[in-house]
Design a protein around this ligand. Sequence first.
Ligand code: ZEM
Length: 300
Amino acid sequence: MVPNPPSAPSDAQLDQVKEAVRALLHQPDYDDGSAGPILVRLAWHSAGTYCATTNTGGSNGAGMRYEQEGGDPANAGLQHARAFLEPIKKRFPWITYADLWTLAATVAIKEMGGPEVTWSGGRTDFTDESKIPPRGRLPDAAQGADHLRFIFYRMGFNDQEIVALSGAHNLGRCHSENSGFEGKWVNQPTRFSNQYFKLLLVNDWKKKKLDNGLEQFVYVDEEVELEDNEEPEELMMLPTDISLLSDPKFKIWVERYAEDKDLFFDHFSRVFAKLLELGIRRDASGKVVNDENTEGGYRS
Ligand code: ZEM
């Protein structure tokens, strides 16, 4: 029997959670000083397991609490994001992890200067590990455009949406201990912008083989203003990022987003909202509908 689900939180309750997320974003001793980027990645990986054909995976369930999903090498590093949010879950036990992880990303995006992303609650946390999707559904950065299409079409995204979503690489960095890749995409990785697309188009990316055998692309942005004793820093792109340039259908959108920040913000906000809804079924009033994939939802 499915236990009686909790009643939906009020807007005031959600505001308290959002405020608590805002309060933890500033992390002077962590990475580039913000928990924001890794919170965005947590939400993305929680949803990016979705398969539209089988209606499995997606942002419901918070399966990363379990080793099967949390211990997937593709999710290496995301334990930091979950740990940042744990005190909020303790303070507001009525919110599910699945809702908290997705909501936190929208707060982080907004606080880092990005667009407002529409978010709805009602996700449940699986108590049954058999519902956790198999590993191997997230993209492999060492591959190219065909792979991106294979992965993102499975979730129900089109070419334009793939490019818009890739713009999240304005944020954060790669860590050799997590993915094997190293470095950040843009100079200000805690500021949401369309700089990633502008930099992609400088077209001066050089292949670099890392000690671990992985290949990434690097470039030094000479234009950036430096403090007196600062060294210009090498920026990076993953092979999948560079594939957005070599594929004409992707490249059109790289160019448009590079020249029109508002368009990128608008498209990103829509596609990120869509991402967060993957695997969630709602009725006309927005209430989560139970099926074999969604265990609960809120009582009306
Ligand atoms: Zn990422 N991503 N991603 N991504 N990602 C990394 C980091 C971040 C790919 C990928 O392999 C990697 C999307 C799409 C894709 C973020 C958001 C989103 C890293 C570095 C890799 C290797 C991880 C590390 O070493 O810690 C690939 C192949 C993608 C296919 C297109 C989408 C979609 C995202 C959100 C909408 C973010 C914010 C980060 C930075 C995390 C951090 O810790 O700073």
